[in-house]
Design a protein around this ligand. Sequence first.
Ligand code: FMN
Length: 177
Amino acid sequence: MNILVVTGSISEQSNNRRIARWFDKHYGERVDLKHLPLVLVPMFNQDIEENPPAEVQDMRRLFKEADGVVMIAPEYNHSIPGVLKNLLDWTSRVEPVLKDKPVFVLGGSTGRFGTLRGQIHLTQILNSPGIGAKLFGRQVQVDLVDQKFTPEGDCTDERMERSITRAMEAFLASING
Ligand SMILES: Cc1cc2nc3c(=O)[nH]c(=O)nc-3n(C[C@H](O)[C@H](O)[C@H](O)COP(=O)(O)O)c2cc1C
């Protein structure tokens, strides 16, 4: 099974990348995990959407090849990071590569409320007519992410690890149908 991991932060020190590394460690051998290189995606511009740069074509291919997407999104100013919105705008036009694609949404914040507010925006965007993703019913908000995940991608909080594992297992089972 092909699973595409989209991490909505381009920071080298990203705490959400810690969560992405956790997926590598725990699912890297069971499924074919690929990561979308968000940093390479250019700014959306309608003038070039029919004939976009190679990076956009590569991005579209990664989505098309994926059986499911794990979207790990930080919360920036009670919403999603601009780089992630930019990617989603690309996916909504010309080739609707997220249409009916199973997407599991989670995310980590250093605050105590996790990414709840950002995820409200993210799910609204994923449900927009141009995108029309098939949202998985369970989402996970990781609060205090810098305390619960090490830079190497280990989760030090048993309850959180259980919660992500259960959700991911159910997500994979839902794809297998
Ligand atoms: C521009 C910016 C805005 C932020 N806004 C929020 C916020 O609204 N809610 C929150 O819980 N944390 C917020 N934070 C703190 C983030 O949770 C924290 O920096 C987290 O590590 C971001 O994820 P990343 O490291 O993967 O980029 C913000 C951080 C930045 C840089």
